[in-house]
Design a protein around this ligand. Structure first.
Ligand code: HEM
Ligand SMILES: *[C@@H]1O[C@H](CO)[C@@H](O)[C@H](O)[C@H]1NC(C)=O
Ligand SMILES: *[C@@H]1O[C@H](CO)[C@@H](O)[C@H](O)[C@H]1NC(C)=O
Ligand SMILES: *[C@@H]1O[C@H](CO)[C@@H](O)[C@H](O)[C@H]1NC(C)=O
Ligand SMILES: *[C@@H]1O[C@H](CO)[C@@H](O)[C@H](O)[C@H]1NC(C)=O
Length: 537
């Protein structure tokens, strides 16, 4: 018998066997036998392949593609052989309040290769990390923090208002400001001041050239995370043969990481110089101190037994930088984007600005500029202004700056989602975008209408509560946004300081339509407004 004959003889049956096995594994099993078979498919191919949803993600059409699928097939749909999307609050409660682990998709947020709160996958280590810092982000802590008040005073009076003032001088042609970049800078200065203390923080509002460079690095990370998040194996396989799908993103990341590590190091060394003059409230590095304290305690109490020992304690400096870099990244773009869309809507209605100004002037003290300065108002009073709250919350509803799907993983052995029994290990997500477009809760959902959040006679309390429950701009449950109170407070301060004293007007809003992604922003990356003093406008 020749070699050829043997191989021919065996090749055919082997081929048949392989084909049969493949059919079973890749077609029949997922289509018929998988417990997910009962879940409506967003596309005919979703039972056997991920290509359909990967393509939507690759072409930045994920949000609308999933939204369309929910409108057609209901609140629970299958996106891929092992992936489900949900779009009702009942299921959201099960998954997000139920503490499902995050999907590996988040591991790219692993700054310096060391985990932090945001990218921790498992609930146990996540909660140890989050506990170290969460108290300094609670509403009561923020509202009574002398440090935050002093930092806000400095940032508003020496950076924010002077920038608007030079752009709005009488007699001169009004200079337009790109508020998308301006608000991102303001958000960065606020969060780094609270984290590192004012003297060791960024000054992006005034250092515009460096800020532009920074933003360019930050933006170049964006589209490139597709491969590392969705196809991590492919990225790893291709890199030895010289195809670096994420090279540009990695280079930008390294430079940004170095920038943040420097801020951390400067703050750590200024803390280490004991005996030097006591720090003013504005120079207190509130978040960094809380984190140091938390790490010390973990080391003392659990030491080597700690589930986060290998990274958090033995790689202390990297842990600090990774954690704080994450807060900074999470805090700047989201807040900047929300303020951009809010100022865009306000600029379309002088009447609404007028109403808002009247409400803001009711604060005692209010934020009217006197001899070039504004006072920082009482935090509780500021927080309770209904119109200010309504315009902000409506902006976060409609534009949901972090509005894309938030992937989690179903626990083993299985869990119940609506009428379906979903096996463990399935990727499952909801998105603020689509939850916020549920017409049952938000009639005319595509319209920005702040009045939906205002108490009126024909708005019963039950409906108001229902609407609040449906609001998901900061997510919910144990993995809810760490900085939601910080973001609300800083946005309220900025809007109040600006709109007490200025009116805003659109100069150029081309490309304002939001991009469709995990985080979104104006397509053009800019919005040009003109500010005028309120008594002149
Ligand atoms: C308008 C502004 C903001 C919006 C809309 C927003 C939204 C969100 C959302 C939706 C999540 C959940 C993401 C997910 O699970 O995929 C989140 C998580 C997070 N946010 Fe924010 N955020 C904002 C501002 C901030 C600020 C100022 C900080 C600064 C500390 C911050 C820090 C974080 C962190 C650390 C997490 C992860 C929490 C965890 O996993 O336990 N965010 N944010
Ligand atoms: C997100 O999806 C909704 C509905 O599914 C759509 O109306 C909205 O325009 C989308 N947003 C973006 C930025 O594409
Ligand atoms: C950091 O802040 C301290 C005061 O808190 C200051 O003395 C020091 O010079 C600052 N370091 C840098 C690098 O700005
Ligand atoms: C951590 O940072 C501090 C302050 O910059 C520095 O003095 C110390 O040597 C660093 N420790 C390690 C292990 O790198
Ligand atoms: C501050 O606000 C008041 C009223 O809201 C306005 O009349 C005044 O011109 C503002 N000051 C500046 C410098 O814009």
């Amino acid at each position: 018998m020749t070699f050829e004959v043997i191989s021919h003889d065996l090749a055919f049956p082997a081929f048949i066997l392989l084909a049969a096995l493949s059919l079973l594994r890749f077609v029949l099993y997922p289509v018929l036998l998988s417990a997910l078979a009962k879940v409506p498919k967003a596309h005919w191919s979703c039972g056997v392949s991920s290509v359909w949803i990967l393509w939507a993600r690759y072409t930045n059409r994920e949000n609308r593609t999933i939204g369309e699928a929910h409108r057609r097939y209901g609140p629970i749909v299958r996106l891929a052989p092992n992936e489900v999307s949900i779009n009702d609050m009942e299921s959201v409660k099960t998954v997000y309040q139920g503490g499902f682990d995050k999907h590996q998709w988040y591991s790219v947020f692993n700054n310096y290769g060391v985990p932090n709160v945001f990218c921790s996958i498992y609930a146990k280590e996540h909660s140890i990390r989050k506990r170290m810092v969460s108290h300094v982000y609670s509403k009561s802590y923020l509202h009574s923090s002398a440090s935050l008040a002093a930092q806000a005073d400095d940032i508003l009076n020496t950076r924010v208002l002077p920038t608007l003032d030079t752009s709005s001088h009488e007699g001169q042609a009004h200079q337009a400001i790109d508020v998308h970049s301006f608000f991102a800078a303001a958000a960065m200065d606020f969060i780094t001041a609270y984290t590192f203390g004012l003297q060791n923080s960024s000054n992006f509002i005034q250092q515009k050239v460096y800020h532009d460079h920074w933003l360019e690095l930050y933006r170049s990370r964006k589209g490139y995370s597709f491969f590392s998040q969705e196809l991590p194996m492919l990225s790893k396989l291709l890199s030895p043969i010289g195809l670096h799908l994420t090279a540009r993103m990695e280079a930008a990341n390294r430079e940004l990481e170095e920038w943040c590590a420097k801020l951390c190091a400067a703050t750590l060394s200024s803390l280490a110089m004991k005996g030097s003059k006591p720090q003013t409230p504005a120079d207190q590095p509130v978040v960094l101190r809380a984190l140091l304290h938390g790490l010390d305690k973990e080391e003392r109490v659990r030491g080597k037994e700690s589930p986060i020992f290998s990274t958090a304690i033995s790689q202390r400096n990297l842990t600090i930088s990774s954690e704080l870099f994450d807060h900074i990244l999470a805090g700047q773009e989201t807040t900047g984007v929300a303020l951009t869309y809010l100022s865009w809507h306000l600029s379309q209605s002088q009447d609404l600005q007028h109403q808002l100004r009247a409400e803001l002037l009711s604060l005692t003290p209010n934020m009217r500029m006197e001899s070039g300065k504004v006072n920082i108002p009482n935090s509780g009073q500021l927080d309770r202004l209904p119109l200010l709250h309504a315009v902000i919350i409506e902006t976060v509803r409609l534009y949901a700056p972090a509005g894309g799907p938030e992937p989690r993983v179903t626990p083993h052995p299985s869990c119940r989602i609506g009428p379906y029994e979903i096996p463990g290990g399935v990727r499952i997500s909801a998105s603020a975008y689509n939850l916020h477009r549920d017409e049952r809760h938000f009639p005319h959902a595509e319209i920005w209408d702040h009045t939906r959040w205002l108490h009126t006679d024909d708005m019963d309390e039950e409906r108001q509560k229902e609407m609040n429950r449906q609001f998901w701009g900061f997510s919910s449950g144990g993995r809810m946004c760490l900085g939601s109170n910080f973001a609300m407070h800083e946005m309220k301060l900025l809007v109040a300081a600006i709109y007490t004293n200025y009116t805003s007007h659109i100069v150029d809003d081309e490309g304002i339509a939001p991009t469709d992604g995990y985080t979104s922003h104006p397509t053009s990356g800019q919005l040009w407004l003109r500010f005028e003093r309120a008594d002149l406008g």
